[in-house]
Design a binder for this molecule. Structure first.
Ligand code: NAP
Ligand code: MG
Length: 511
């Protein structure tokens, strides 16, 4: 038995203050690398959601916040970036011990990306067309018309466990850049880094602008998506829950952004430079133990390269080191939970039963010092048919399916034969060939000779059942604003308003 001391308790974060949930209950947050409890967190209720929404509503009514000049807002966004950088070590630690992400990735990539997102938004927001004037029509009917982009109101941000901090900032940055207020609902496996981030942000924004209610999707999530005073839902998670949210949002016609699952195709063309394509494809699928929504989980390989590619992939995969995510030398950490581990293992079993050939991994892994953790060996299947369950369903674990092809048309057909359309990739030395393929792929992002390269100034989101709307970049501000057209007549004389005669046929407008 291991004795644990100093387990921190996190209450809810409402109206700039820590508050316990109405029923005083808590739930445990575990480290997926060890199974140890790392924190206790308040289990929010419907009443807590009401309180948080009320606080967010009041904060939204504050004109100093809602109507702040973009230049002032840019200062706040930069101040948030500063908060993130100043507290990088603590945020990275909370993120790693709850999500199982390697500290190397979180410290060297996630935290920097988060700070950069707020800095990028600070630049974008001063250029953004919050008001646009339309041309004045000529006499006899001149008018002044303009279009305002106004914030939507109280936004519910519901986030998953794989990249809790990064995905939270994809919602926080555009929401705050445009004068909205937020109630966050982080995933139950990983709420602690979001809670601390909200506290840090609250030091530079008015109380109630950012709130966090932790608790289950069934209680807190449902209360948010059904709340009459929530104006927008920004959700990242599974397609299954996304479908449900969309149907619930219909009841009060809430503005909804959905970032959902993926089963992204990765296509090696016959002229691919294998010295880049092989490590690149493994980077594309095994980063964060395969728990990234845009992972390249289906690798399409031309027949004549197949054996050489598979041999190279297996050799390289064997160099990857599973370990404690807090160890800077670890390449791959655990998967998030014992139930997710069981789901992934059952997919591996399904792959074998479907007739795919297991050429690498396929077993649980034991990491010394992390015996209670949820580790799975990076796994490669060959002889996969695109119609198999392991090629159609999102496994969300370290499992790669290698699928052979002979003709280009055939591979494009298979690549698009999926309910998802989040990401895709092409490896080739011929840029013209690449663009011809890219144009035909149904995906919200396509990488040529690379993977996972998202940019804070570029849109990210899915085609088909991978979602609706885009995050990051100036496009994300469109998702957090609504358009108001304002018309001012410049015609004081009634008789010149000929269009009034459409109603007043019996009245002489010339008098
Ligand atoms: P999930 O089960 O859909 O959960 C996501 C969030 O929704 C969690 O906070 C969850 O709360 C909450 N939730 C669950 N049921 C709900 C309900 N009825 N009403 C409202 N909220 C509810 O997804 P996950 O298992 O955390 O994450 C993995 C999935 O996310 C994968 O499918 C992955 O592809 C997707 N993902 C997509 C992107 C993208 O940008 N497209 C990025 C990352 C991940 P609890 O944690 O309390 O259940
Ligand atoms: Mg889930």
């Amino acid at each position: 038995m291991s004795v644990q001391v100093g387990i921190r308790t996190f209450p809810l974060f409402i109206n700039g203050k820590w508050e316990f949930s109405s029923n005083k209950e808590t739930f445990d947050v575990k480290n997926p690398a060890t199974g140890d409890i790392v924190a206790r967190v308040s289990k929010g209720t419907k009443e807590d959601v009401d309180r948080a929404v009320k606080a967010a509503q009041l904060a939204f009514k504050n004109e100093n916040w809602r109507d702040m000049h973009p230049k002032e807002r840019a200062k706040i966004l930069n101040a948030i970036a500063h908060q993130i950088v100043t507290h990088a070590e603590e945020l990275a630690y909370l993120e790693s011990v709850s999500s199982g992400g390697t500290i190397r990735r979180i410290a060297q990539s996630d935290i920097l990306q988060m700070a950069d997102l707020f800095q990028t938004m600070a630049k974008i927001v001063v250029e953004y067309p919050f008001s646009e004037t339309l041309p004045v029509p000529p006499f006899p009917g001149p008018a002044h018309n303009f279009v305002w982009r106004e914030p939507i109101g109280v936004c519910a941000a519901i986030t998953p466990w794989n990249l809790p901090l990064v995905i939270a900032t994809w919602k926080i940055a555009p929401a705050l850049a445009t004068g909205n207020t937020l109630v966050m609902k982080p995933a139950s496996y990983t709420p602690i880094s979001t809670l601390r981030l909200a506290e840090l942000i609250s030091q530079v924004v008015p109380p109630g602008v950012i709130n966090v209610v932790t608790g289950s999707g069934g209680d807190v999530g449902e209360a948010l998506i059904n709340h009459p005073d929530v104006d927008k839902i920004a959700f990242t998670g599974s397609t299954e829950v996304g479908r449900h949210i969309m149907s619930q949002a219909a009841v009060t016609v809430k503005n909804t952004t959905l970032e959902l699952g993926g089963k992204s195709p990765n296509i090696l063309l016959d002229d691919a430079d294998l010295s880049i394509a092989l490590p690149g494809s493994l980077f594309g699928v095994f980063l964060h133990a395969g728990q990234l929504c845009e992972s390249g989980t289906r690798l399409f390989v031309p027949d004549h390269l197949h054996d050489q590619v598979v041999e190279g992939l297996v050799d390289l995969t064997k160099t990857l080191k599973l370990g404690n995510p807090l160890d800077m030398t670890t390449d791959i950490g655990p998967v998030i939970s014992n139930s997710q581990r069981d789901t992934i293992m059952s997919y591996i079993e399904t792959g074998k039963q479907e007739g795919a050939t297991l050429v690498c991994g396929g077993e649980l892994a034991t990491v010394p010092g992390c015996e209670g953790g949820y580790f799975i060996q990076p796994t490669i299947f060959t002889n996969v048919k695109n119609s198999m369950k392991i090629a159609q369903e999102e496994i969300f674990g370290p499992v790669l399916s290698v699928i052979r092809y002979s003709e280009l048309d055939e591979v494009i057909e298979m690549a698009n034969d999926s309910i998802y359309g989040l990401a895709a990739g092409v490896w080739t030395r011929d840029v013209n060939k690449a663009y011809a393929v890219v144009r035909k792929l149904q995906a919200g992002v396509v990488w040529i000779n690379d993977w996972h390269m998202l940019r804070n100034d570029a849109p990210f989101g899915g085609y088909k059942q991978s979602g609706i709307g885009r995050e990051m970049g100036k496009h994300s501000l469109d998702s957090y604003t609504q358009l108001k057209h304002v018309h001012t007549s410049l015609v004081p004389e009634l008789h010149k308003r000929t269009y009034y005669q459409i109603l007043f046929s019996n009245t002489d407008m010339n008098q």
